[in-house]
Design a protein around this ligand. Structure first.
Ligand SMILES: C[S@@+](CC[C@H](N)C(=O)[O-])C[C@H]1O[C@@H](n2cnc3c(N)ncnc32)[C@H](O)[C@@H]1O
Length: 223
């Protein structure tokens, strides 16, 4: 069972869902980029909860019983929220992030009733056999930021997404340094095989949205 590592300095970020329940996300004060919750993860989590997908009246959720894989999950916030909304989620990241993912699953799994969540290693560009058949949804928040990862990330999306898979990609547009170049390269490669739909702000959470954070739905082009 995942427990807190006494050598790690944690700080907790509380994220309140629309139903009033609160996720307690453990973050590390030292570590790589994945050990804190990024804004794109909050924007995407809140989008998953919007009325178009989760009716407050009927309690029905589009995500119920859907197979989802989150890439570069970091703390696991997005996948955990999806699981509380009824999805069967695998949150994935590099080996180093597994203890934090396990810890956050343990700290929040009491909020999951019909869905499920598990953590696994998935290094972009690596073998995805363990993750097949293709999921209904692939989730990714703030994963387009690292030059060397662009090609392997696109490769993973190509092999993991089937004809019916929808990739829900949320990213923060950064205008400094090499960031615009990385972003252009990523979309140039991805859009050879996928078509993209921009989600306008009015379809996002009314509070948790931002002009520099984009949400896209990406689906395989039909040839
Ligand atoms: C900026 S963080 C975003 C974390 C989380 N999605 C969020 O928005 O809070 C990027 C994540 O991608 C993961 N990552 C980077 N390169 C990766 C690779 N080659 N394979 C798998 N995950 C990778 C990092 O470990 C990190 O958790």
């Amino acid at each position: 069972m995942a427990t807190e590592d006494s050598s790690v300095d944690y700080f907790v970020r509380e994220i309140e869902k629309n139903d009033g329940s609160v996720l307690r996300m453990y973050q590390c004060s030292k570590g790589d980029v994945g050990c804190v919750v990024w804004d794109a993860a909050i924007v995407l989590s809140k989008y998953l909860e919007t009325e178009q997908f989760c009716s407050t009246q009927s309690g029905n959720s589009t995500w119920s019983s859907k197979k989802m894989i989150e890439l570069g999950a970091g703390t696991g916030l997005v996948g955990l929220v999806a699981a509380t909304l009824g999805a069967n989620v695998t949150v994935t990241d590099l080996e180093d992030l597994q203890p934090l993912l396990q810890l956050n699953i343990r700290k929040n799994e009491h909020l999951i009733s019909t869905g499920s969540v598990a953590a696994k290693v998935l290094k972009w560009g690596g073998n995805v056999e363990d993750f097949l058949p293709h999921p209904h949804y692939i989730l990714m928040a703030d994963c387009i930021y690292y030059e060397q990862s662009v090609v392997p990330l696109v490769e993973t999306l190509k092999v993991l997404a089937g004809p019916e898979t929808c990739i829900i990609c949320c990213y923060e547009q950064r205008t400094v340094g090499v960031n615009p170049e990385i972003e252009n390269r990523f979309f140039e490669l991805l859009l050879q095989d996928f078509q993209s739909e921009d989600i306008p702000p009015e379809k996002q959470d009314p509070e948790f949205n931002s002009p520099d954070i984009h949400i896209l739905h990406l689906r395989r082009r039909v040839s």
